[in-house]
Write a protein that binds this ligand. Structure first.
Ligand code: 3SK
Length: 520
């Protein structure tokens, strides 16, 4: 179990504490050819914290942080937390309509944004009800008439004491699309952030000050935020940030930044293996010590191939944005069986229950996974979702698992219509609603179709509108319509025209039948 004093501030714990304890010169962040020490990171956070205070940000206010994996994202999130505000990192691919919903729902007051990602914020701005200030980090010379990040930081004081937050005060808010298509805010406290490091990271990744964490999950994805911000800084280690890293960029960063803890998703590990067969000869990868894999299940083949080529274990794990990080994982003090997901992370308990009766299942029986530990599901202003997701103090992430006779947990599927593709959570109904808007579409059902590389792809079954003949160019039109309306990763990679959709007696679409058809 992990316990924290009542008064604690995550930014103070992750950065100031190391400076105070004499580690100010250690490298906190590697980015391109720069190194940023803990003392330099502290100074930037203090300047940003004072900037936010000058703009009128108050404890508890939500601050949207919209950047690729760059140091400014770390600085902005930790600065918000240091002054007692709540960091709300935004996925860079979100379009104006999605941003509008999230920012209005969170009632955010301030947006800090990379200039390259400003356009969708500007498109949303006329409809943003609570935003008072937009701060733009001008890195690409894009014209704007908002506050300038560098000017504000230059003018701000470099001294700042952390606000005296309590352990249960909110520190981080991450939006998850869930299954209904309406993004929900998952909220996390100062204590939750520290607990994810002090359980999963401590016992599964076993970090030391010498480690360099690196990988390509985006920081606004809970997985990336943990692996590339909270964990390295909790242990006085370093993080290697790479903007929009391709597999080749990751190999280069292992070589140049000396990454020892490599965090990514199976799609990226597979791409490293397939696109860079000479990776270990071309790059110096001798710094690698361990890998973390999440976002989708890791196959035994990928585990074995990576071990053969790179000499490290990829520790598969499952977490969710709502739970903040991984709660079932492999770890080195248990024999790794790559056909399972692993054991509950120390500090967490897991059980499998019958979805109908709520009774605990026997070992070997598939059922709904329930989790209890130092983090749990908590939604922002969604009492009906909350009541369904947390019962008797157990959180229900919505996955079907089996607990094997040997105690290991094995992932089976999602319990709902969420499609997990290359680590992205894509709600089928949201994509359906957009496809249905197309004039040539009569009816549509969207499901996940198994895919070797991506785990699953989005597949749309479409009944053409009356009088429309399903030509090939209609597929492209539908795909482009989704790409133009939603984050492009949500587009259906496959579109199949059918005469009718399978329905229940009451007229509901039987997606389960379509999913089964895809699995055959
Ligand atoms: O997808 C996962 O397994 C995951 C892991 C850690 C944090 C967040 C997520 C969604």
């Amino acid at each position: 179990e992990v316990h924290y004093p009542r008064q604690i501030n995550v930014a103070e714990e992750l950065v100031d504490r190391h400076v105070r304890e004499g580690q100010g010169n250690n490298v906190a962040v590697y980015f391109e050819d720069q190194t940023i020490s803990y003392a330099e990171l502290q100074e930037a956070i203090n300047r940003m914290g004072n900037t936010l205070l000058d703009l009128g940000v108050e404890p508890g206010d939500r601050v949207v942080v919209r950047f690729p994996n760059r140091p400014e994202a770390v600085v902005s999130c930790l600065a918000a937390q240091k002054i007692g505000a709540v960091a709300l990192p935004s996925m860079k691919l979100l379009r104006a309509a999605e941003l509008e919903h999230i920012i209005n729902n969170a009632e955010a007051t301030t947006v800090v944004v990379y200039d390259d990602l400003l356009e969708e914020v500007e498109n949303a701005l006329p409809n943003l009800e609570t935003v008072e200030d937009v701060v733009v980090a001008d890195r690409n010379g894009i014209d704007h008439n908002h506050h300038d990040y560098d000017e504000l930081l230059d003018d701000a004081s470099a001294d700042l004491d952390a606000y005296e937050t309590e352990r249960d005060d909110l520190a981080l808010m991450l939006y998850t699309s869930g299954t209904t298509g309406e993004p929900k805010g998952a909220i996390h406290t100062h204590q939750n952030l520290l607990a994810s490091a002090d359980t999963y990271a401590r016992y599964c990744l076993e970090p030391t000050e010498e480690d360099v964490f690196g990988g390509n999950p985006p920081l606004p994805f809970a997985y990336g935020y943990g692996d590339l911000v909270t964990f390295p800084l909790r242990f006085g280690a370093s993080t290697s940030l790479v903007e929009d890293a391709t597999p080749g960029d990751l190999l280069a960063a292992i070589d140049s930044h000396g990454i020892s803890v490599l965090c990514s998703i199976p799609t990226a590990f597979n791409q490293i293996l397939s696109k860079y067969p000479d990776g270990p000869e071309e790059y110096d990868v001798s710094s690698l010590r361990v890998g973390a894999s999440a976002g989708e299940p890791l196959t035994p083949t990928t585990f074995e191939s990576f071990k053969d080529e790179y000499g490290i274990d990829l520790l598969d794990g499952i977490g969710t944005t709502e739970m903040l990080h991984i709660f079932i994982s492999h770890r080195h003090d248990e024999e790794i069986d790559p056909s399972a997901t692993g054991f509950p992370v120390p500090g967490y308990e897991c059980k499998i229950v019958d979805p109908e009766t709520g009774e605990e299942c026997d070992r070997g029986e598939a059922g709904l996974l329930a989790v209890r530990g130092p983090t749990g599901i908590e939604y922002w202003n969604r009492p009906e979702k909350q009541a369904n997701a947390v019962r008797d103090n157990w959180s229900y992430p919505g996955d079907i698992f089996v607990q094997r006779e040997d105690g290991r947990f094995e992932y089976k599927s999602r319990n709902d219509d969420l499609i997990i593709s290359s680590g992205y959570n894509i709600p089928g109904p949201e994509v359906e609603a957009v496809i249905e808007e197309h004039d040539s579409v009569g009816e549509v059902a969207v499901v996940g179709s198994p895919d070797e590389e991506r785990g699953a792809i989005v597949k749309a079954f479409v009944v053409a509108a009356d009088g429309v003949s399903p030509e090939d160019n209609l597929i492209e039109e539908i795909q482009n319509h989704v790409k133009d309306t939603l984050a492009p990763y949500k587009y259906p990679r496959e579109v199949e025209f059918v005469h009718e959709l399978p329905r229940t007696e009451t007229g509901k679409i039987r997606r389960i039948e379509l999913r089964k058809r895809e699995e055959e």
